[in-house]
Design a protein around this ligand. Structure first.
Ligand SMILES: Cc1cc2nc3c(=O)[nH]c(=O)nc-3n(C[C@H](O)[C@H](O)[C@H](O)COP(=O)(O)OP(=O)(O)OC[C@H]3O[C@@H](n4cnc5c(N)ncnc54)[C@H](O)[C@@H]3O)c2cc1C
Length: 414
């Protein structure tokens, strides 16, 4: 069963969108109709255009049986999918969804597999591996608008933008996986989130059985969260539209990145990308076949977001336990809504876990306390048991519950 993140009352959920109690989605056209989002003027074809919807009636589905999923995930863990369809166009996606609905099968949409943990028993339903490709760019008075099909590798999009000098996603360099997955958990890193530049998300609405274009307000974006993550059965993302700024300044909100840029005299978007990649490599946060930490899902837990009272209690506990000499040594960041963000990596190390620590075939990355890694020959249950051990000890020591970041399919955390 897919793991659902808890609902946040202030954000819309999928049902709200279609019953009219939440922000209204755009109608099922190919492009948003908002007058502030024109698609016009100059068009640069960077790669073949995004696939257009074909009639689903004439699609011959090739349904594969009992297909191993581990090689399709960055953790390389988990059992097979009972059924799998390779969907290279929208018509195949739609037909595959119908095929599963007719048989009352659960559906797992798979992009690059870099943020998913598959159970050892596998996925007892249909997995749809997306292969929709294409990228178009248009300039407008608001900036450059990129329309990217779901299966385009995200980092290729960032590389294109950096090479063109289009600002807005340079800090999101090196994140593996597909573009269609970026709105799912509102990917973020080094001071940017994809929600900052998303102009529209094109989806197939599974319940209504039609294509929709959602503007950002309808996506319910939060920290590693969205309406899509809260209700994974509701929609398949077909394409994402981004609004970037040609010649814009890079975002340098993240201290470590800003310092690295300053000390090397770097100022451009392209240089920012190189610096981000360098910082990420040092933490094994880019997938490198030679890296012993390569089998991971990136951060296994999200950073903790807590009330000020919980943060103050944490500081008091850390001082009592002799973990820090003064309050300032407990890293914490005030958020706009009054809550406080505490780095999960700090909590894990403060709870006594070490980088490189192992439990058989799984362990903590030797370069980043937040990444759990699989060293080969392991099972999902080993990783889940270690994740539970970490979560339980952090909870016992600091009263803060860590939440997993990857999506669980066919497995749950106790
Ligand atoms: C080394 C490493 C570093 C990482 N660093 C970061 C980071 O800095 N910041 C960050 O936010 N994440 C990071 N991640 C996590 C991951 O790369 C991102 O979440 C990425 O967007 C996942 O893309 P994917 O195509 O691999 O998704 P998948 O793993 O295939 O899928 C993830 C979830 O999204 C759903 N999904 C995927 N595509 C679609 C679609 N088109 N429509 C509907 N649902 C869909 C799946 O069903 C699943 O629930 C990292 C992962 C790794 C391995």
């Amino acid at each position: 069963m897919q793991k659902k993140e808890s609902l946040t009352a202030t954000r819309p959920n999928w049902a709200d969108l279609w019953t009219g109690t939440g922000p209204s989605p755009q109608s099922s056209t190919d492009s948003p109709t908002n007058s502030d989002l024109p698609l016009s003027h100059r068009e640069i074809r960077v790669r073949p255009p995004v696939n257009l919807l074909a009639s689903p009636r004439f699609v011959a589905l090739d349904v594969q049986h009992n297909v191993p999923l581990a090689p399709r995930t960055s953790l390389e863990l988990g059992g097979p999918a009972r059924y799998l369809v390779e969907a290279a166009d929208e018509a195949t996606v739609i037909e595959a969804l119908r095929w599963a609905d007719d048989r009352q099968l659960r559906v797992l949409v798979l992009g690059g597999g870099s943020n998913v943990l598959i159970g050892d028993e596998g996925w007892d339903g249909l997995a749809i591996h997306l292969g929709l490709r294409g990228l178009e760019s248009h300039t407008s008075p608001q900036g450059v608008r990129l329309r990217v099909a779901a299966a385009e590798p995200w980092d290729d999009v960032v590389a294109t933008a950096a090479a063109e000098g289009w600002a807005g996603i340079e800090c999101l360099s090196g994140i593996p996986g597909s573009t269609g997955a970026t709105p799912i958990q509102n990917v973020g890193a080094y001071g940017q989130e994809v929600a900052d530049v998303i102009a529209a998300v094109h989806v197939w609405d599974r319940r209504a059985g039609c294509r929709r274009v959602l503007l950002p307000d309808a996506c319910g974006f939060g920290y590693r969260d969205s309406v899509f993550k809260r209700d994974p059965t509701a929609a398949v993302v077909l394409a994402v539209e981004l609004l970037l700024q040609p010649g814009g300044a890079p975002t340098l909100r993240y201290g470590e990145l800003a310092r690295a840029m300053q000390s090397s005299g770097a100022t451009t978007v392209a240089q920012t990308r190189e610096h981000v990649l360098g910082l990420r490599r040092r933490k094994s946060m880019v997938i490198d076949p030679e890296d012993p930490n390569r089998r991971s899902a990136g951060s296994f837990f999200t950073n903790a977001v807590v009330d000020t009272t919980v943060a103050e209690a944490l500081v008091a506990t850390a001082m009592q336990q002799g973990l820090v000499d003064d309050a300032a040594a407990v890293p914490r960041y005030a958020l706009d809504d009054g809550q406080v963000k505490i780095p999960a990596a700090w909590l894990i190390e403060a709870a006594g876990f070490r980088k490189g620590e192992r439990r058989g075939a799984v362990g903590i990355s030797s370069r980043h306390a937040l990444a759990l890694v699989h060293h080969g020959g392991g099972r999902t249950r080993d990783l889940v048991a270690f994740a539970q051990e970490i979560r339980d000890r952090v909870q016992q020591r600091f009263g803060i519950e860590l939440r997993p970041e990857p999506v669980f399919a066919g497995v749950t955390l106790r």
